[in-house]
Ligand binder design. Sequence first.
Ligand code: TMP
Length: 211
Amino acid sequence: MFITVEGMEGCGKSTQCAKLEEYFTRLGFDVLRTREPGGSALGRELRRIVLDPQNTDICSGSELFLYLADRAQHVATVIRPALENGRMVICDRFADSTIVYQGYGRGLDPGMLCQLNEVAVAGLWPVLTILLDLAPEQGLSRALARNTQDKACAAEGRFEAENLAFHTRVRQGYLTWAALHRPRFLIIDAAQEPDQVFAAIIRGLEEKNLV
Ligand code: TMP
């Protein structure tokens, strides 16, 4: 089983991915928890470049190709081999992030992005995508608070530096995109406490007969 988790900065993706890993491991699955960008050795180098707030002059085209290169490598060397070995994969962000951030956020054509995503994923799509939905004001303030406490997060703050209008487009983009792909998406209100968010995720998985 391949599951992805999406949402804006500060929506609690990492916390929920960790809870999902724990939950499915307890059920007896051999779980691989991974993320984009940065889920492969090459991807970790790309992540440092693409999220460095000092890289203010990356144009939207090169940003796109950095994410796609990360994804192609991740699918080929990490995700697909894990699934072929019978493992379950939980991935923090995947192809939908490109549609939403580079498409709805930066204004690149979603049709073109879908085609390029297909090159990167080579037919591999998640069975379920959990969207943690949160008001952009709330997500940004959580993410910025985390970045002041944690130097490693601050070193990856290139997107947190974007203005509220960008993050509003991202939030709306996610909702629009999820509505277009209803059967694959589970939309969860991420404004609740982490345990409540997780309980809502499990209810959603049960309703979709995935647990
Ligand atoms: P995160 O791992 O802390 O969520 O940070 C990853 C950042 O990269 C986040 O701001 C969203 C952005 N991103 C894109 O713009 N396009 C993509 O395809 C992916 C995977 C992430």
